[in-house]
Design a binder for this molecule. Structure first.
Ligand code: CAA
Length: 385
């Protein structure tokens, strides 16, 4: 039985900043941000948006009457959780209006956990082929104003349905996971911004990619030439370039050229949004499928990385109807509004405004379908318009 990703949808906030403008305000060379780091724009997060509203907005695009009936499990992968106990999947289930006979859970391992979610979903579908599993990767990447990580912030969610006979990508059996106790990036319970050893984290990422790829090749006998594309977790788009260069070197043969062209297609959307943490690899997949030369039957390799650290390399075969099974990401991005750097800084400082038992936000400033209205008696209040 084929099992894999059946449908995919993306959502982000309605606002962004231009990173050349941010560079000028921070006193940096704009080319450092757009060429050195490889980012052009970054999602700006108002206080009325969080992983629940973003996750609901992504998943809402996949809802048809049949889908609603067949979803038996919702897995939310995130490292920007809004509660230390209750799963964000429960809030999202409520906002989507799904029935109560559904399993809901939240997964965490930095940027990796959406891949774990897909693997777990695969197991659930293998046991019950009629089941649809909704896997949502939702995050807000937050490093702090005027920090080295600021240019690599971002926000958004990718929602995926996992099913038998999928329309996008059928998973192949071999998946190589690698875990080591590494302190490259983490966020203690008391911190609202990530702590990161930036340069070290890029080196660990590359090591994990090389190790998982080598093991995958040993286990399957396949080579890079067998892949139409290698898709990467993209904390910033230059990271994918560095990782691919680490295995291609100076090669100029047809395989090397194909993989470099595919990488460029996979980076288009990340350049516009920034890091989605758990969702970044899957936005890269959508970007490649909508901007590259992908063909049904192609074998794609996906490299998932979560600091701390865990890496996984797996492959899938592209299915005939993939083009009609993805939300229109370019349209979503074109509908955003640019804001000034000072407006972004105001939003950044207000974003975690849930510090008192009772608070209500001004909803007139956010036209999104799903919003965080505030908090009452320490309970978050969401609205669907
Ligand atoms: N024109 C063109 N390029 C320029 C330039 C200019 N005027 N000025 C500088 N550059 C280049 C530099 O040469 C450098 O390129 P290389 O990396 O290819 O050498 C690049 O711009 C970045 O410059 P710096 O190294 O000086 O950048 P920095 O010290 O400000 O930090 C960073 C960069 C480490 C990525 C930092 O933004 C950071 O810590 N980000 C968060 C951590 C992160 O994303 N790590 C990724 C791996 S971990 C992971 O993947 C999990 C996750 O999602 C976080």
């Amino acid at each position: 039985m084929k099992i894999g990703i059946d449908q995919m949808a993306f959502a982000t906030t309605g606002k962004y900043i231009d990173l050349r403008e941010l560079a000028r305000v921070r006193g940096d060379e704009p080319d450092k941000y757009t060429i050195g780091i490889g980012q052009d724009r970054q999602a700006v997060v108002p206080p009325t948006q969080d992983i629940v509203t973003l996750g609901a907005a992504a998943a809402d695009q996949l809802m048809t009457p049949t889908v609603r009936q067949r979803i038996l499990t919702i897995i939310v992968a995130t490292e920007s959780g809004i509660d230390n106990s209750k799963a964000s999947a429960i809030y999202i289930k409520h906002l989507l209006g799904l029935g109560d006979y559904v399993r809901t859970v939240e997964l965490k391992e930095a940027c990796y956990s959406a891949t774990a979610g897909l693997q777990f979903a695969r197991g659930l579908v293998a046991v019950n082929p009629q089941e649809l599993v909704l896997v949502i990767a939702a995050d807000i990447a937050r490093y702090g104003l005027a920090t080295p990580g600021e240019v690599t912030q971002g926000a958004g969610a990718v929602a995926m349905l996992v099913s038998q006979n999928p329309h996008v990508l059928a998973f192949e059996p071999t998946a190589v996971s690698l875990t080591k106790d590494v302190m490259d990036f983490w966020r203690p319970l008391y911190a609202s911004e990530a702590m990161v050893d930036g340069k070290y984290s890029t080196n660990v990422y590359i090591d994990f990619f090389k190790q998982t790829l080598t093991r995958y090749q040993q286990l399957t006998g396949r080579q890079l030439a067998d892949f139409a594309a290698v898709l990467f977790h993209l904390p910033f788009t230059k990271m994918g370039k560095k990782a691919l260069a680490a295995v291609l070197g100076e090669r100029t043969d047809a395989t090397a050229q194909r993989l470099r062209t595919a990488l460029a297609a996979s980076q288009v959307y990340s350049r516009q949004v920034g890091n989605l943490y758990t969702g970044s690899l899957y936005l890269a997949l959508m970007s490649y499928l909508q901007n590259g030369t992908a063909q049904p039957g192609d074998r794609l390799a996906l490299f998932s990385y979560g600091s701390g650290a865990e890496g996984e390399l797996y492959t899938g075969i592209l299915q005939p109807d993939f083009k009609n099974s993805l939300s229109p990401v370019a349209e979503t991005l074109a509908n955003r509004q640019q804001v000034t750097i000072s407006a972004y800084e105001d939003d950044f400082n207000q974003q975690l405004g849930m510090k008192s038992a009772d608070i209500s936000f001004d909803l007139t400033k956010d036209p999104a379908k799903f919003v965080l209205a505030g908090q009452q008696d320490h309970q978050r209040c969401y609205q669907k318009r």
